[in-house]
Design a protein around this ligand. Structure first.
Ligand SMILES: *Cc1c(COP(=O)(O)O)cnc(C)c1O
Length: 227
């Protein structure tokens, strides 16, 4: 017996109404996602293209699919028909590829730029100077089929609240700076995707508008042991 419905209701009752909840359903079966939908949860996050596309194909069309994991350029084409928001744009090369494939199917793809904020070196994302360099390139503004909706970041995996707070604060400051310097004319630049099961309350205190919650809704994930 799992408690997906209760878990969703509990989280929704403690987060501000304007913060969007992304239910991270990676590795979880369709039946779990349907249970979440029965609880009124329609936004799901996945980190693998194949899994996202397969689930999107069989689940209620009202559901919205967010790509939250590292995206390889050769998988972009497959993803675009199913995805509603890509949280993990982490290079100009990837942005260009998304734009190219989006143009072919005449779609506008909402994207977040992922900034690297953690102390660990296992996480993807732009470094601050890399991101600023891209935003100074005229070529970036020639991409007409992607729409930048904001920033995403993943904090360090630690119990040290202060470290997490500093990382989210840094991300919010960057968001405010970019909004002022590069996106002031752009009403869609308004999302700050930060916060997971272990740190979403800190993220909300620091200005998050989208939290990505997996295990707190669906329970622990089990991965097959690798050989
Ligand atoms: C898996 C994942 C999450 C959800 O993690 P939980 O700790 O289970 O809430 C959020 N964001 C990203 C990018 C993820 O890969």
């Amino acid at each position: 017996m799992n408690h997906i419905k209760q878990n969703i209701e509990k989280i929704k009752s403690i987060i501000p109404a304007q913060v969007k909840l992304i239910a991270v359903s990676k590795t979880k079966p369709v039946s779990d996602i349907e249970e979440a939908i029965n609880a009124g949860q329609y936004i799901f996050g996945e980190n693998k293209v194949q899994e996202l596309v397969t689930k999107a194909g069989v689940i209620d069309k009202k559901a919205e699919w967010h790509m939250i994991g590292h995206l390889q350029t050769n998988k972009v084409k497959q993803l675009l028909s199913a995805v509603h928001l890509i949280h993990s744009v982490d290079s100009f090369k990837l942005a260009k590829e998304i734009d190219k494939e989006a143009q072919k199917i005449n779609k506008m793809i909402p994207c977040l730029l992922q900034l690297y904020i953690a102390k660990e070196d296992t996480k993807f994302g732009f470094a601050e100077d890399e991101l600023l360099a891209m935003l100074q390139m005229p070529e970036f503004y020639q991409l007409k089929n992607i729409e930048i909706h904001g920033l995403m970041g993943i904090a360090s995996f630690t119990d040290n609240k202060k470290v997490i707070e500093e990382e989210f604060s840094k991300l919010r400051k960057m968001f405010e700076r970019l909004k002022k310097e590069y996106f002031s004319e752009n009403n869609t630049f308004k999302e700050l995707s930060m916060g997971m099961s272990n740190d979403f309350q800190i993220a909300i205190e620091q200005g998050s508008t989208m939290i990505r919650i997996g295990s707190l809704i669906f329970g622990e994930r089990y991965y097959p042991a690798k050989k």
